[in-house]
Design a protein around this ligand. Structure first.
Ligand code: ATP
Length: 328
């Protein structure tokens, strides 16, 4: 594989997700395997502007495949949104003789990489690392599987206490724009209702469903609410609304918050990250640029970043139907 690229930078950017370390490890080890240099860029674009770089060899990523978070740290960086900020970043990369970079992050991080490429004709490759699973061009993003398993674990625990007291729980999960986490974890945890940004279930239907659930003899109910759901009330307002209209219920609220980003990555996320890291480095060395590595039907694919950042992926309609049937 003869290539102009002799040194690759790797960094994590935007919100962190479990499995990012597995992806860093994969990029570093692939570089070592192919006998090219690899440099870790700390704190995403912020560290790129500051020249916060560290050479990484195969041993520098020992024992991180199982660790949540990101050893390279992640950051959001306003300065990189400006041409002046990107110019500074480019100067730092040039000074360090970095020929290309792999960015592990979400839509925003990819948009930044694309702007950088357009200005400096600098080779870039993206790996989707976000718990939201909302990136076009990949059926799965790194961290999603871990996040839904974390949510399911917690809901299983909440169900234990809910059923001991005949309670109704509203559980808020992450998902401002998309309901992948809510829908998948909701089906997996056997939720009574799932409120997602893509569908407005309506308060009346929610009440009807809860009444039916009570009548059918269910001893407890769990309703999963994505942060960005369109019902028009947050989980605390929903609690008040239901208590007012259905006093038979003893309602509780649980907001899962940042625990959804943490924890050891699942085997699925580790394997996915390992595969994507290899593909990202190999693709750069083949002369490709401006792509995001994704997975579809178990095969790795490349999607132009310009396409990947155009929209969010849609939730699976068939899974919504399954969820409706399961709550009978
Ligand atoms: P997450 O899905 O977890 O939010 P993300 O990668 O979408 O991750 P953002 O905060 O949107 O996270 O973006 C990360 C960083 O990418 C920003 O802080 C900024 O430095 C850079 N960035 C985002 N959008 C642009 C853009 N249009 N032009 C230049 N840089 C950008």
């Amino acid at each position: 594989m003869a290539s102009e690229i002799k040194k690759i930078g790797v960094f994590t950017s935007g919100g962190d997700s479990p499995g990012m370390n597995s992806a860093i490890r994969s990029v570093v080890r692939t570089c070592a395997y192919l006998k090219i240099e690899c440099v870790g860029i700390y704190r995403g674009y912020e560290g790129m502007i500051d020249g916060d770089f560290k050479p990484m060899d195969a041993r520098s990523v020992n024992n991180i495949i199982n660790k949540g978070g990101t050893i390279l740290k992640s950051a959001r960086c306003e300065e990189f949104r400006t041409p002046e900020g990107r110019k500074k970043a480019h100067e730092q990369l040039k000074k360090a003789k970095i020929d290309a970079f792999v960015v592990i992050g979400g839509n925003g991080s990819f948009a930044g990489a694309l702007a950088f490429n357009e200005e400096f004709n600098f080779p870039i490759m993206g790996i989707p690392g976000t718990i939201d699973n909302d990136i076009l061009g990949s059926s799965y993003t790194i961290g999603f599987d871990t996040a839904i398993n974390t949510v399911v674990d917690v809901i299983d625990k909440i169900r234990d206490t809910a059923s001991s007291h005949n309670r109704l729980f509203f559980v808020e999960v992450m998902g401002r724009d998309v309901g992948h986490i809510a829908l998948n974890a909701g089906v997996g945890a056997g939720a009574e209702e799932i409120l997602i940004p893509e569908q407005n279930l309506g308060l009346e239907r929610l009440l009807d469903s809860l009444k039916r659930s009570k009548k059918s003899g269910k001893s407890s109910s769990i309703v999963i609410v994505a942060e960005g759901d369109k019902i028009g009330k947050n989980v605390f307002e929903l609690k008040e609304y239901v208590e007012e209209h259905l006093p038979i219920y003893d309602v509780r609220v649980s907001v899962l918050g940042h625990m959804q980003r943490g924890g050891n990555p699942t085997c699925f996320d580790r394997v996915l990250a390992s595969r994507m890291g290899v593909k990202a480095v190999e693709s750069l060395l083949e002369g490709k640029s401006n792509y995001m590595v994704g997975i579809r039907d178990t095969k790795l694919i490349l999607t132009p970043i310009s396409e990947a950042i155009k929209a969010h992926t849609e939730v699976d309609k068939e899974l919504i139907r399954v969820s409706d049937i399961m709550t009978t």
